[in-house]
Design a protein around this ligand. Structure first.
Ligand SMILES: Nc1ncnc2c1ncn2[C@@H]1O[C@H](COP(=O)(O)OP(=O)(O)OP(=O)(O)O)[C@@H](O)[C@H]1O
Length: 425
């Protein structure tokens, strides 16, 4: 048992788009994906002091020394550097890449939050679907590498339900890459009832970018790809835009930077229609102009709802997917009959992709249409839903009654990493 009530714990919520780390309710440090930079052979002032890292090829063989440096953090991403390559933190199968974890934790915990991991209990969020191998690996890594005094690993939907003050609820978590419907009962995520599809905010961003480039023939120019100069010619004020050389920029970084321009457009202009849309309703949508960072102007009308509509209708690219509202009803249908009524009354939204205006209203309208009669449906959301697993973790770890639940270093030494399965079900 770990009884370190006098020490602040740290909550870490690693996401595929953003990671959030913070000490109890006070400090939160958010950072975006990791990326590394291939160093040039010539001396480069920025790279002084960099360490070589060992690289392993795709098959895990042929270890070689190569000049690469891993840099982490949202701020770093805004500096264009030649040959800088962006690496996703998770594989396509959703497995965390441990090669990057150490640098991420060093940057977030030690450099930014200035905490000493040897003295700070750490609470990690994990995805809804139980992955024994991943949590054992994380446990070993934290105790061996960082010598942490205690850790706890908790499913993100359980924490999201705590953040809303519920212990029984169905959590609809739609983030960057995936959308989950997870019933939580008495603080446990019901594994057999979880429904997951690979649809999320990144898919919408990619679809929008394809449409802009192919259908509208708009070239998406990253922020580092142009220079804007204010000018006043005969009293007419405007900006002169000139293109900058982007040779040497790694394709992954270019792709990320273009996606960022499109993501901002998406978040500002898109919303979810309250009803299913058809050609006639599209004509009633208010057209709006949007100015891209380089000054190109684009008028959007029906597109403002037609892209988000993909989350509520069948999708040929996702076999079996018929809409998020169906995921919720199907997931509740798999749960015990005694708790279904409670779940229908506690549909909780979580994740950045649920922040579109109208998202809650659409579910509130459509779930009853496909639910058993006489059942009351209530969709709940909080303003912090982008961070709700982090907020829930923060609440949980600050409770006095929780302190006996940590898996301590002593327990790790006595029973090994498998103990995490008993301590954190
Ligand atoms: N205000 C907003 N309106 C619409 N979408 C938004 C808004 N804010 C963030 N998003 C979208 O939410 C997504 C990121 O969500 P979130 O931060 O929950 O992801 P994550 O937890 O890192 O990813 P994952 O859950 O896949 O691991 C992005 O696609 C982003 O565009």
């Amino acid at each position: 048992m770990y009884c370190g009530d006098d020490v602040s714990s740290c909550v870490i919520d690693i996401g595929s788009y953003q990671t959030r780390a913070g000490i109890q309710m006070h400090v939160i440090y958010i950072f975006n994906r990791v990326f590394w930079r291939r160093l040039s052979s010539k001396c480069d002032p920025i790279t002084n002091g960099d360490q070589d890292v060992e690289m392993v090829d795709a098959e895990g063989e042929n270890k070689s020394r190569s000049s690469k440096r891993l840099v982490v953090g949202s701020a770093e991403l805004n500096y264009k550097r030649d040959n800088m390559e962006i690496q996703p933190l998770f594989s396509d199968q959703g497995i965390l890449n441990f090669d990057f974890i150490e640098d991420i934790l060093n940057k977030s915990l030690i450099d930014n939050l200035m905490i000493n991991p040897k003295e700070t209990p750490l609470l990690f969020t994990e995805q809804a679907l139980h992955n024994k191998e991943a949590r054992i690996k994380l446990t070993e890594f934290m105790f061996e590498k960082y010598q942490v005094p205690a850790i706890f690993i908790c499913k993100a939907p359980v924490l999201a339900s705590f953040a809303c003050g519920r212990s029984t609820a169905i959590i609809v978590d739609s983030g960057s890459k995936t959308t989950y419907a997870t019933p939580v009962h008495d603080g446990y995520a019901l594994q057999k009832c979880i429904i997951k599809y690979d649809i999320g905010g990144q898919q919408l961003t990619s679809d929008l970018r394809t449409w802009l480039e192919n259908d509208r023939k708009i070239e998406v120019i990253p922020r580092f790809g142009f220079k804007k100069k204010f000018q006043n010619i005969n009293g007419v004020e405007n900006f002169e835009v000139s293109r900058l050389d982007i040779d040497g920029v790694h394709p992954s970084y270019l792709n990320w930077a273009k996606d960022e321009v499109v993501r901002e457009l998406k978040e500002e202009m898109f919303y979810v229609s309250e009803d299913q849309i058809d050609d006639r309703s599209l004509e009633t949508i208010k057209g709006l102009n949007y100015e891209l960072p380089d000054g190109q102007s684009i008028n959007l009308q029906g597109e403002r709802v037609s892209f988000t509509e993909k989350m509520f209708v069948p999708n040929e690219k996702l076999p079996g997917f018929t809409g998020i509202q169906h995921m919720i009803v199907e997931s509740i249908g798999k749960s015990d009959i005694d708790i279904r009524r409670d779940l229908f009354q506690n549909v909780i939204l979580s994740g950045g992709n649920t922040l579109f205006k109208g998202f809650l209203e659409r579910l509130q309208r459509q779930i009853p249409e496909i639910s058993p009669q006489n059942v009351k449906v209530k969709v709940i959301s909080s303003n912090e839903r982008k961070f709700s697993p982090w907020v829930g973790g923060s609440i949980l770890s600050s409770l006095g009654s929780f302190q006996q639940m940590w898996m301590s270093r002593q327990e790790y030494e006595e029973h090994g990493s498998i103990m995490i399965e008993r301590k954190c079900p």
